[in-house]
Design a protein around this ligand. Structure first.
Ligand SMILES: [Zn+2]
Length: 266
């Protein structure tokens, strides 16, 4: 949301959205030092929730150094050292989006550092998986690293940007799967619904990826329209698009939205 205008907040509010969760992300350019991250964490834990509140929307965030900037291990160490100062902010749900970008050795090391931080602070985890030809290998590496840490409960981890060839790997091992809707890459609503028909909708959520590129903050409500067109009833649409993400996020006691009863897990 730090890259979006107030028009996007208006569109989401009108489409019936109640809450947004914003992962710590690449800024569109590599930050020069950990000081850039310090200000970014202030922005997504303090200023952006207040901006969203003006439109009646709750704003939650995740903290990390994203995989695109995780090649520099000493920068990553300096950024991770800042996170405990922000982790108890009322809108912080956990650590993310961590993961891999090019599947490099340094990225893996930084991924392990983040998983350790999440375990020590009992945080939910949001994971980015690489794009295109790196996705399958990267997803397998990430799942193995998570599984090798006995402190990590897969039901408290969401693996984002799954596709047809990675969704079953993620779900079979007890993790949540995120399907990311994006106009130019990642998944379209049609493709996401096709995947749901293949793999079911237990422990799955859909999200709209929003950044500086061409992206659609109301891709999730648009998917609800497409599900209606395909004959899904209101209850199953509500379960997938609303109850599922609320169930996952409410494992963090800070998550609270008016319309959700607080039932956790599938
Ligand atoms: Zn991502």
């Amino acid at each position: 949301m730090v890259s979006r205008t107030t028009d996007d907040y208006v569109a989401m509010a009108l489409a019936g959205c109640e809450a947004i969760c914003e992962p710590a992300f690449w800024a569109g350019f590599d930050r020069a030092s950990e000081k850039g991250f310090y200000d970014y964490f202030r922005q997504i834990t303090d200023y952006e929730p207040r901006r969203a509140a003006k439109f009646g929307l709750k704003h939650y965030s995740w903290l990390c150094i994203n995989p695109k900037e995780a090649e520099d291990v000493s920068l990553a160490e300096a950024v991770l050292a800042l996170i405990p100062e922000f982790i108890d902010q009322p809108n912080v749900l956990g650590i993310g989006e961590i993961g891999l970008n090019k599947n490099s050795r340094n990225e893996l090391k930084v991924l392990e550092m983040h998983i350790d931080l999440a375990a020590r602070h009992d945080q939910l985890i949001l994971v980015h998986t690489p794009h295109l030809e790196d996705k399958l290998k990267g997803t397998k590496l990430i799942l193995d690293v998570l599984a090798s840490d006995s402190r990590i409960n897969p039901g408290r981890v969401i693996i984002d940007h799954v596709e047809e060839h990675t969704a079953p790997l993620v779900l079979d091992r007890g993790f949540w799967a995120g399907m990311t809707l994006y106009p130019e890459s990642k998944t379209t609503p049609h493709r996401a619904i096709d995947m749901l028909e293949l793999y079911g909708s237990e422990q799955v959520w859909l999200n709209s990826a929003c950044d500086w590129g061409i992206s659609d903050p109301i891709a999730v409500p648009k998917t609800a329209l497409e599900m209606r067109r395909r004959g899904y009833d209101a209850a199953s649409i509500d379960r997938l698009l609303y109850q599922n993400p609320a169930s996952f996020m409410s494992q963090c006691p800070k998550f609270a939205i008016d319309g959700f009863s607080g039932v956790v897990g599938a």
